[in-house]
Design a protein around this ligand. Structure first.
Ligand code: SF4
Length: 332
C-alpha cells in the first residue's frame, strides 16, 4: 500500500491505531466514570454486531490501521466476547490486538482470550486495598480482579500485561507505595493515568488531577527511577526502578498532552467514529454500514472524517467544551 493510501489526518499524522468499544455496559460503577445508578444502556440492536465490527475493522486495516484495542464499558460483559477476538485475530494486517478490562471476568475468560489470540491486556485497578477499591469502584471485587490478573498472567503468549490506575488527587497518593511494591514484585507494569474530564457526574475539576510528575516525585523519594525510551505515538512515559526491580509508567494527557503524535481514532459501540477522545463531533458509520454501503464507500466516509481530526484536546484552555459522552460510552 502506497503511503498516500494510508490514513492520515489534516495535520499530517498517520492514523494506525483504532480503539473499538464493543459495549457501553459495565459491571463496575467507578466514581471517575459512572454514576452509582449506572447509565441508560444502549439496546442490543443499536450496538454493532460482531460481523459489523469485523467489517469496519477490516476497512480500517485496509487503510493502514495496525493496532486494534478492544474496550467498553467493560468488554468482557459482552456475550461470547472471545469469539469476536478470534474473528479479529484472523484479520490480516492487525499487528497488535489488545484489550482493556476491569478484570472482574478475566479469571473466567483468560484461557479463552489467550486461545482466541489476544496479544496484550491492560487491567484497570485503582487501589490495591480492598476497602479503598470498593470505595472507588463501588464493587467489593479486588480479590477477584487480582485472580483474573494472575489468570491472564499465566499465559506467556499474552504480553505485556499492564495495570492501569487512574490518578486522582486526594485518593491516589495513599496508593503509591502499594503500587510500587506491586510493580517491583510482579511482572506486571503499573501505569498511573491522569484523571480526565470524562466522568458522567461531571465532577472533574483541574484540581482533581494528580499530575504524573507529582506522582513521579513521590516515587523517586523512595525509589530512584530511570526513564526508558519512548516509542512514537506512545501515550506513556515509562521508567524502570534504578535497582532493576520492575517498571512503572505515567500517562499524562492533562499535564503533558501527547496529541502532537496522536495516531488514534475510536469506534463507539453503536458505530460512531470519534477522531479524538474529546471529540464533540462524531461520524455515523452504522447507517451506511446497514444501508448497503460497500467497503470503498465506508473507506471514503472514514477518510473524510479522519481528515478533520482535531489537532489536540483543549482541556487546559478557557472555554474547553466537554464531550456529551462520558468515558464508559467512549472506551479508553
Ligand atoms: S486527546 Fe485526542 S488528539 Fe490528544 S492524544 Fe488523545 S485522542 Fe489524540
Amino acid at each position: 500500500m502506497g503511503t498516500d493510501q494510508l490514513l492520515h489526518d489534516g495535520h499530517g499524522r498517520r492514523i494506525a491505531d483504532l480503539r473499538v468499544s464493543v459495549t457501553d455496559r459495565c459491571n463496575f460503577r467507578c466514581q471517575y466514570c459512572m454514576p452509582a445508578a449506572g447509565l441508560p444502556w444502549l439496546d442490543r440492536e443499536e450496538i454493532l454486531s460482531f460481523e459489523e465490527i469485523e467489517r469496519v475493522v477490516r476497512v480500517f486495516v485496509e487503510l493502514g490501521v495496525e493496532d486494534v484495542r478492544l474496550t467498553g464499558g467493560e468488554p468482557l460483559v459482552r456475550r461470547d466476547f472471545p469469539a469476536l477476538v478470534a474473528m479479529l485475530a484472523e484479520v490480516d494486517g492487525i499487528r497488535d490486538l489488545s484489550l482493556t478490562t476491569n478484570g472482574y471476568l478475566l479469571e473466567r475468560d483468560a484461557e479463552a482470550l489467550a486461545r482466541a489470540g489476544i496479544g496484550r491486556v491492560n487491567v484497570s485497578i485503582d487501589s490495591l486495598q480492598r476497602d479503598r477499591f470498593f470505595e472507588l469502584t463501588r464493587r467489593d471485587a479486588l480479590a477477584r480482579v487480582l485472580r483474573g490478573l494472575e489468570a491472564i498472567g499465566a499465559h506467556p503468549e499474552v504480553r505485556p500485561v499492564k495495570v492501569n490506575a487512574v490518578a486522582i488527587r486526594g485518593f491516589t497518593e495513599a496508593e503509591v507505595e502499594r503500587f510500587c511494591r506491586f510493580a517491583r514484585s510482579t511482572d506486571f507494569q503499573v501505569r498511573f493515568i491522569e484523571f480526565m474530564p470524562l466522568d458522567a457526574d461531571r465532577a472533574w475539576t483541574p484540581d482533581s488531577v494528580l499530575a504524573g510528575e507529582e506522582l513521579r516525585g513521590m516515587i523517586e523519594a523512595i525509589h530512584p527511577l530511570e526513564e526508558l525510551p519512548r516509542g512514537p505515538s506512545s501515550t506513556a512515559r515509562v521508567f524502570r526502578f534504578a535497582d532493576g526491580q520492575g517498571e512503572i509508567g505515567f500517562v499524562n494527557p492533562v499535564s503533558e498532552p501527547f496529541c502532537a503524535e496522536c495516531n488514534r481514532v475510536r469506534l463507539t459501540a453503536e458505530g460512531r467514529l470519534r477522531t479524538c477522545l474529546f471529540s464533540v463531533h462524531e461520524t455515523d458509520l452504522r447507517e451506511p454500514l446497514r444501508g448497503g454501503a460497500d467497503d470503498a464507500e465506508l473507506a471514503a466516509i472514514i477518510r473524510e472524517a479522519v481528515w478533520r481530526k482535531e489537532l489536540k484536546h483543549r482541556v487546559n484552555e478557557p472555554g474547553f467544551r466537554r464531550p456529551a459522552r462520558s468515558m464508559s460510552a467512549i472506551g479508553g
